[in-house]
Design a protein. Sequence first.
Length: 294
Amino acid sequence: MNRLKGILWAALSSSTFGLAPLFTLLLLGIGYSSFEVLTYRWGVASICLVAFGLLSRRNFRLARPELKSVLVLSLFRAVTSFSLVIAYQHIASGVASTIHFMYPLAVALAMICFFGERGSVRIFLAIALSVAGAVFLSLGNDGFVRGNTALGLLAAAVSVVSYGGYIVGVRRSRAVRIDSIVLTCYVMGIGALLFFIGGCLSGGVRLETDPRAWLYILGIALPATAVSNMALVKAIKCIGPTMTSILGAMEPFTAVVIGILVFGEPFTWQGASGILLIVAAVTTVVWKGRRAEA
């Protein structure tokens, strides 16, 4: 039953997180800066979760060692969000989300390099498949000009490393003992503060009054942030960092479909091949994780 719950939480997390490019690009399209998007995204989401935590009588007190772990995790998660916004501004959102989906490879490599897990031919095959997939995705993105393609691809790659570090940290640090709602509140609250400071230093953060903009803000703050992050933490605690990726393909799939239907992003044979190669690479890693846990 615990395993089933973990799989369901992972599916919910990946499918709702796939909505993030939609609302991010809508906010950028009405003149928001990257820092403004993320300030509202993380700020509104953290306020809603804090209210929920207080109503459900969660204990928000943290010991000093736990607070240190939370600060590090918050930095990893903030870097992930900021790098993805940069990626969305320069390459197709479906491409950025698919590259970001390679984070299970970063998790696997981190477990090998820092936690003594044994490497295998399967892991190195997955890495080769993912690199080939990224190459095909970049080729498929050539006909779609949104900005600096190289910068967009680099930003997406940074999100892979930082998100992988966040997932490993949740499982392997003292944060694993913190309630999922409480941990998510702290991570998002600290992130919102960092983004607000960044916004103030780079032009300011507007006080929004437009109803349409608030619909976009609530869309990115609630399903694409509060729900997805809470479900992610629950999934990691139930089934571990590798198995959490079992239904992660919902994330790039959702982003690709939205990118094509809403923003007119291309869907070429190179792009389709790249997506299939990356999904195959991640599946290889996840299958290895399932066998190891069996």
